[in-house]
Design a protein around this ligand. Structure first.
Ligand SMILES: C[S@@+](CC[C@H](N)C(=O)[O-])C[C@H]1O[C@@H](n2cnc3c(N)ncnc32)[C@H](O)[C@@H]1O
Length: 543
């Protein structure tokens, strides 16, 4: 075990390595094989200059251009709400097939809180106890409202970056809310964690991952690609989901059966527009897996069998913020996000052995595992399909190895979501086009209706939280075993934890409704603002 001082030294060493490696990187783009569809991209003016810079120069540029801004959360949330409404209305596909509304039918609500209760027990590393959970205690501790997860920003904030993505079509501002920094702008610390390269799509380095690159190339041949010919003459959304002759839907259906059904739960379904409602998190996340149509299909992915369709629309305005030095940056939503929404993808470089200590520097603090050493169900499925023998052999071999998505050098906003022991997002793996690890997309799905202002959080898993947090978990949620009420919540079972989640949720919804109420959905204001993103910052002072 390293001492705190040694850990600090180690971190500094890693940062130095990161910078050096970045300098030595041989024109990285040439060595990459991009594997997803590019999203609409309209660069900000300073994108190209920033892209050429080394980390230290980027940090200097951010420090030079930061601004103090004043902001009012309520009006921001109201504008964000209107923006989402307008975007849905203007998108004919969404207008016809998707509703921007709370999931509130009693059955879904009951499932939602049961899952959240279970999730918290899993975060506490008590999954075993779930197997024999007959506890009927539903009392909620009096102080539960001290744990409201909504984050309210201070009136004065430091706008570090007006757009983390440098894509005008998907602006994500970055704020610093640390009071110390506000008083000490000249010496503000801009960490490496902010200056990574932004990418919306996964990629492979063909030199370090030759087998994955080979699999990707071979997947383009004949029957190695899974795609459908379903289409609609009138350009309507194609109903691939439920179409038993759609090959993509059929694979999706087989993957649905990977889920472990317990206590007569129904299966969680992965389609384009219906909420993805988890029925139990008992089964480990890798069983939550689906297959989606893509741009290679007759439907071009504009169908009901594409769980990546919603995240690719970048519907929900979000921001990155920092209000705690240990937690670092986090992400919060500025509008409500309905339960069961695939909110965003977690993108980066698909890597295998590079995460072995010594082979690369340690990127494990950001990387997330996407494949498993012994994925028997996937292997059986691979063998049932009509892949060429050579491709089948290769991807069966790859299915026996761990792969990760590593966003540390190039990634997206997904890498900035913090861990919570009462998280609101869950991981889902969605395959597209074929079945090698290069075809996996990692999607973060909302487990509950998330109200505006709430940080988007996910469970990093017990191994990570034990080994990688510098001290202990700092999530601040009621269920956290590093919190002041750990004695109570470490013994609470699903029912009690679910009731705590529900009490907090009810309070959040009540507060959120008060903010949204003054905004009649069909108001004239909305029509006037149609083309505008919400003005989320109001500059009052320059640094
Ligand atoms: C994937 S990154 C998340 C984004 C990170 N906060 C940043 O600034 O880039 C994971 C790192 O964030 C910090 N972190 C996230 N959640 C945390 C938590 N609940 N408690 C303590 N540290 C946390 C830890 O330093 C962790 O190694």
């Amino acid at each position: 075990m390293l001492s705190a001082k040694e850990k600090q030294e180690d971190l500094k060493k890693q940062a130095r390595l990161l910078e050096e490696w970045n300098k030595r990187m041989p024109v990285p783009i040439q060595s990459k094989v991009f594997i997803s569809k590019d999203l609409p991209f309209e660069p900000e003016d300073d994108f190209f200059a920033y892209n050429q810079m080394e980390y230290s120069e980027r940090r200097k540029m951010i420090a030079k251009n930061l601004k103090i801004v004043s902001r009012d959360d309520n009006s921001t949330h109201l504008k964000a709400h209107r923006l989402v409404k307008t975007s849905v209305k203007r998108d004919s596909q969404l207008a016809k097939n998707w509703k921007f509304r709370l999931v509130d039918d009693p059955d879904s609500i009951a499932k939602m809180f049961r899952v959240l209760g279970q999730r918290s027990m899993i975060s506490q590393n008590r999954e075993e106890e779930l197997n024999n959970d007959k506890d009927q205690d539903e009392t909620v501790p009096e102080n539960i409202l001290d744990y409201l997860p909504t984050y309210r920003s201070p009136e004065k904030r430091i706008l570090l970056m007006k757009n983390l993505t440098f894509n005008k079509k998907n602006p994500i501002p970055v704020y610093c809310d640390l009071p110390f920094d506000l008083k000490n702008l000249e010496n503000i610390n801009i960490p490496n964690a902010l200056v990574f390269d932004y990418t919306d799509i996964n990629f492979i380095n063909q030199f370090t991952e030759p087998n994955l690159t080979r699999a990707l190339d071979m997947s383009k041949e004949g029957d190695n690609t899974i795609k459908c010919t379903c289409h609609d003459e009138n350009g309507e959304t194609v109903p691939c989901y439920d179409n038993v002759s759609c090959p993509c839907y059929r694979v999706n259906q087989v993957m649905r059966s990977f889920q472990e059904k317990r206590n007569n739960c129904s299966y969680t379904e992965f389609s384009s527009f219906k909420p993805i409602l988890f029925t139990g998190t008992h089964s480990h996340f890798y069983r939550h897996v689906g297959f989606a149509c893509s741009e290679l299909c007759g439907c071009k992915g504009n169908c009901t069998n594409n769980a990546l369709l919603l995240p690719n629309k970048r519907l929900f305005p979000i921001e990155v913020f920092r209000n705690n030095e240990i937690l670092g940056f986090g992400v919060r939503t500025l509008s409500m996000i309905p339960a069961g929404t695939p909110v965003m993808e977690f993108t980066g470089e698909i890597v295998g052995d590079q995460l072995t200590p010594g082979a690369h520097w340690d990127n494990g603090d950001y990387a997330y595992q996407i494949s498993y050493r012994d994925d028997e169900q996937l292997r059986n499925l691979i063998k049932k399909l009509n892949f060429t023998p050579e491709y089948e052999k290769l991807i069966v071999k790859l299915s026996q190895k761990k792969y990760y998505i590593d966003p540390k050098v190039q990634g997206n906003v997904g890498r900035m979501a913090c861990h919570s022991c009462a998280s609101n997002l869950e991981w889902v793996r969605v395959f597209q086009k074929s079945l090698s690890p290069a075809h996996v997309h990692l999607v973060m799905v909302s487990m509950v209706n998330i109200t505006a202002g709430t940080p988007l959080t996910i469970d990093y898993g017990a191994t990570y939280t034990k080994q990688r947090f510098e001290s202990a978990c700092m999530c601040g949620s009621f269920a956290c075993l590093n919190g002041p009420d750990a004695a109570t919540y470490s013994k609470a079972m699903t029912l009690k934890l679910s009731m705590c989640h529900k009490t907090l949720y009810d309070a959040q919804i009540k507060e959120w409704r008060q903010v949204i109420k003054p905004a009649p959905i069909e108001s004239n204001n909305e029509a006037n603002n149609e083309n505008n993103l919400p003005e989320i910052v109001e500059i009052t002072e320059k640094s």
